[in-house]
Every structure is written in C-alpha cells, then in structure tokens.
Design a protein around this ligand. Structure first.
Ligand code: AGP
Length: 606
C-alpha cells in the first residue's frame, strides 16, 4: 500500500525524500506529496498531486526552498478518490502540522464527528485527516511535545497505521509510529531516515532499526528515540541491510519485472545455499515438529500458488495432511486449529495484512508458526516461531516473479525437512532430490535462453480477449499463477484450470483461435497422457495451444521446450515462460508493466 519516507539531516531533504518516493512508488501510485520544514516559525512547504510521482516532480521545477527535514508519501487510495485534496500530507487547521499515513483508521468517522463538533474544519474525504486534527490538539495539550502527542493519539486509534508527522515550530524533528503496517529507521551519519522499507534509503545507509507494534520513534539528525505507547524508552534493534542500491535499480532492463525474471537463477541459488542437506537448527529451533499432525499454509495471490505446490510436496514427502487457505478467508471461518497444527504463512513482503491476521488467529489458538518470507525485519517473521527466509533480494515490480520461484524452493525445503524429522525419507532420495534442487538455477538459466521466440509469439495474441491455462498435479497451481500474471499485467481475462476439469464446464469458453497454454512437463506418464488428451480436446474446438513441456507435444500449435527435472520441481521451470507471456502481453498492450493499474505491491489493508 502507500509508501512513506522521512529525512532529517545535514543535507537538503528534497533529494533523499524524492529518491525514497521513487523507490517506494511500487507500493502505491495514485498520488504523491511532500512536506518540508523551513526555519522555525516559517510555514511548512507542502506540495501534493494526484497521479504518479512524475506529476508531483513537474511542479517542483518551479523551485523548492532549502530544507533539511521533510516527509513524502506515495498513495494507494482507500478512503477518498485519488485527487490532489485527498493526497497526503494532510495539515491541521493551523497549517503547522503535516501528517502522512499508510493503513486504515477504522474509527475515523467517530473521530471526525467529534473533532468537527470541536470546531475542526476538514478538507478531504480521507480517514487520515482525523488523525492530523487529533494530533494537533494532543500536541497542544502536551506543550508542543510531538512524540508524547503521537503516543496519546495512537492509543485512540483503531486499525492499522504507519504515521509520520512534522511541525513547523520544531523543524529538525520527525515523529513516526506504527501498528500492523511497516516502518523502519535508517541510521545515518548526521542524518536519519524513516521509511516503509529499506529500499527508500539504501543508497545512504545500510544500518537499519526495526520498530515493533505500537512503537513511536522520534528522530532528529543526531538522535533516535524509540518508545512504547506508555512512553517507556525501548532499546534499538539494529540490523545491517545485506543488499546494495543497485539491487533496487533497473540495471539496463526496460522494466523491473524483466530484470527480476532474469534474476531468478541467482535468487534460487541464494535461497538454496547451505540448506540442501537440511535446514539447520538456527532456523527450526523455535519449533516442536515431532507431534504435529496437520499443516495449514496461509497466503495470498502468488504466494498462495506457491503454497499449493507446497501442499503436493509436503503430503508426498512428509506424509502430513495439508490445507492451503486464502489468508483473507481463513480466520473468518473460525477454522479448527490447535497445538498440533503447523501453520506456514508465505509472504514476500512480510506485511500482507490478510496473511498477518490469519497467522495471528492461528497463533492465538495454539498453532506453531513457521513463516516463509523475503523481507528481513518485517512483521510476519517477527511474530513467527521460526522463519525460513527466501533470498530473492528486493522485488520492486508489483507482479511477483523471483519471489515466487524462491517461495517454491522454500516449500520444497520445508517438505524435505518435515519428511526427514518424521523419518520418512531415505538417504538415497534425499541425495537425488538434493542434486535436482542444485541443478534448478542452471535449468532456469536454460529456460531464459530459449524464451525469445515466445516474446514474438505472445504479441500475436495481443488482441485476444481471453487466455486459458491448463495443468495437472503441480502444473495446476502453475497454470493458476500464469493466469494471475496475465490478469494483473495485461488486464486480460485469464483463468487456470486443472486439465481434468475442462469438460465439466470451462471447455465451453473455447472458441476459434482462443489461446490456451498447456503446462505439461513429463514426470508422471499417466498425467502426461491425460494432458495430451486435453490438448487434443481444446484443439479440436479451435484453440491455439502453446505447450510448455520437456518433450515434443505433437498436438500443440507451438511448443516451448523446458529442461526435465523432478516432477515436483517442475513449476520452478514451467512458470518462467508464463511470466514472459504476461510481461510481453503487457508491453504489447501498452500497459504499465511495473505498476499495473489498481494494484500495489504490499497489501497492508484487509
Ligand atoms: C502477484 O504478482 C501479486 N503481486 C500478489 O498476488 C502477491 O503475491 C500477494 O499480494 C501476496 O503478497 P506477499 O507475498 O507480499 O504477502
């Protein structure tokens, strides 16, 4: 959802705030705004515009006064449309206090009514504006102490929030707070940063501080103070950021998504390092796995598809029943869960609200939580009993690619670990699957070398209204992922089906020229034959079939050849052409590849 950045320090604030917003724009791009403090007593300088960050930047050409402290926001609209007025920052009625917000204030209506009754005048339709008025009154009550005011206000709020505030009378200070929404501190030399994630300040410092739930942070250029809502000072939890600025840049690729597709071999290799012969106790020591009798995987979107593949692997290798749940549905159906349940939340960002809430529900009912996450210091791993980090590096494009590949790898590693703990896997099998895993980066490399013709082929279907994806076994979740990618990038109707389900309804969608992608690697002879029949069935009804396989598929119209690997590992290879199809289709249709309409990278509202 929204991206938030704050800078205070020896340098001009405008450049680091704009750079941070540029790097965080993947989080939301409906509008953008900046507020800067000038000398004490002078009014704040504020500019905000609907639309992408570029719209705001154009207005800055007219000149910006020198400032050493400021906050910036890039918005994914929830309450109130994407207009100049609804854009953040929001100001109090004195025009001296500016506030930016990520999340949803659930009690904003009652707060607004009470504040209006007290004489506050509202300008926007946002939930955020209630907070700035509340904060303004609280600051006056606390004799100008913005951090004390923030603590008081946070205690009155319901919902999720990251908040940053500045006041014109205290120009070097930025005060932030968080609950169920991300905020990290960047520790510089004579300068400090606050941001939704570390990519905003990675070119300035690699030192970061984690902030926990309901914590308030008060920064000046030389001091960082973290407190809980009662005002108790908390010790900083510092960590070093392991990647550098180039990882968050396009590096010669036309889009972040394309770069991230090509980074998959490295991401997979990095996630496998040191883990192929088992997960060591530094990862799993927080878990008691011997007595678990059920696994529940909770995730959203692409991560959910990785979970579906994980189900096949865990059931087969660890002999445990596995449920895979849409995180957004899980807690609301009040599922049965107890201490013998292992819950595996999968999340690239570690901040997805639906996943976090589902995980908290399971934990509160006694489940053990073993999360799979790509973002160090984020909320989901912090609240888990154990975490298996994926090492995809920063994923900037909204459409998930390399994170998915590494989530698949993580699921295989967990399945093998569970199977080993339960004594079900022979050393021969472990050695064989270990070899297959080790070969995956090279095999993805091979797929990437052969996808060029697919790019031209995809453009032929640019004007199609619909595309279908078929698969069986682990090819089915792969088909779902291919369809999701196409929907979010090409804005085209797309659906994934198990091959066997076709004749139960979906085959009616097939018409002359309908493109159908058949995910049909071999590995299970029976299923290969059945998929071949499905290809014949759709072709007989006019479909143009693009098969993704490691063998010839005579009935297909086009074949994308991928290397052979273990049956369960096939999604890591067969998803790559599907990512390329979605990418190429988005380009051909003139869509914004990295920031597709209506979406945001990190979904921190339910
Ligand atoms: C996929 O391309 C999406 N951007 C989306 O489905 C994403 O995977 C989902 O929102 C989950 O995000 P997370 O992994 O950060 O929790």
């Amino acid at each position: 959802m929204c991206g938030i950045v704050g800078y205070t320090g020896k340098n001009s604030a405008l450049a680091p705030v704009l750079e941070g917003l540029r790097r965080l724009e993947y989080r939301g791009y409906d509008s953008a705004g900046i507020a800067l403090t000038l000398e004490a007593g002078l009014p704040l300088w504020v500019e905000k515009r609907a639309g992408k960050l570029g719209n705001l930047e154009e207005t800055l050409d007219q000149g910006v006064p020198t400032s050493h402290s400021g906050i910036g926001h890039t918005r994914w609209a929830t309450h109130g449309g994407p207009t100049d007025t609804n854009a953040h920052p929001h100001l109090d009625n004195d025009g001296k206090l500016a506030l930016i917000h990520n999340g949803i204030i659930e009690n904003y209506v009652e707060l607004r009514l009470a504040l209006e009754a007290k004489g506050h005048h509202f300008k926007s339709e946002t939930d955020t504006e209630s907070v700035v008025h509340l904060l303004s009154d609280a600051r006056k009550e606390h004799g100008g102490d913005l951090a004390a005011a923030m603590r008081q206000v946070c205690a009155q709020l319901r919902g999720s929030f990251t908040l940053l505030a500045i006041h014109s009378d205290d120009p070097e200070r930025i005060v932030g707070a968080r609950r169920n929404s991300p905020l990290v501190v960047g520790v510089g030399d004579g300068e400090n940063f606050l941001a939704s994630d570390v990519s905003a300040f990675i070119s300035h410092t690699k030192r970061a501080l984690e902030l926990g739930q309901d914590e308030v942070v008060d920064i000046t250029p030389t001091k960082i103070t973290i407190t809980d809502l009662a005002g108790n000072t908390l010790p900083p939890n510092e960590y070093e950021i392991s990647w550098d600025a180039s990882a968050a840049e396009r590096g010669g690729f036309s889009h972040f998504m394309l770069k991230e597709i090509y980074e998959q071999p490295k991401a997979i290799a990095d996630t496998l390092i040191g883990r192929m012969s088992g997960l060591d106790s530094s990862i799993t020591s927080g878990l008691e796995l011997v007595n678990i009798n059920k696994v529940v995987i909770i995730a959203c979107g692409t991560a959910y598809h990785a979970g579906l593949v994980g189900k096949y692997a865990i059931e087969k290798w660890a002999g445990l029943p596995v449920e895979v749940e849409f995180a957004s549905e899980y807690r609301y159906r009040e599922p049965y869960v107890d201490a013998a349940t292992l819950v595996i939340p999968i999340s690239q960002s570690g901040e997805t609200m639906d996943t976090l809430m589902a995980m908290r529900y399971a934990k509160s009912h006694g489940a053990q939580v073993f999360s799979v996450c790509n973002t160090n210091g984020s909320t989901i791993p912090r609240e888990s009993d154990a975490v298996l980090y994926t090492f995809a590096g920063p994923e900037i494009a909204v459409a998930s690619t390399k994170a998915f590949a590494t989530q698949l790898v993580a699921m295989y590693l967990i399945a093998l670990h569970l199977g080993t703990v339960r004594g079900l896997l022979s050393p021969e099998f472990l050695a064989q699957i270990g070899d297959e895993l080790a070969e995956l980066p090279g095999k993805v490399e091979q797929v990437l070398e052969t996808v060029e013709p697919l790019r031209e082929l995809t453009r032929k279907f640019k004007d199609s209204t619909s595309m279908l994806f078929l698969g069986r076994h682990v090819g089915f979740p792969t088909a779902l992922e291919g369809a999701l990618k196409l929907k979010e990038l090409a804005y085209m109707h797309a659906e994934g089906f198990p091959g066997g389900e076709l004749k139960h309804g979906p085959i009616a969608l097939i018409d002359e020229g309908t493109p159908v992608v058949a995910v049909m690697p071999t590995g299970n002879a029976l299923l290969t034959e059945k998929m071949a029949s499905n290809v014949q069935e759709v072709k007989a009804r006019g479909a143009v079939v693009i098969a993704i396989s490691d063998v010839d598929v005579p009935a297909a119209t086009h074949l994308i050849r991928i290397p052979t690997t273990h049956e369960f590992l096939q999604p890591v290879l067969s998803v790559v052409p599907l990512q390329v199809i979605a990418y190429e289709m988005a380009v051909a249709r003139g869509n914004d590849v990295d920031q597709p309409r209506n979406l945001a990278k990190s979904v921190t509202v339910e």
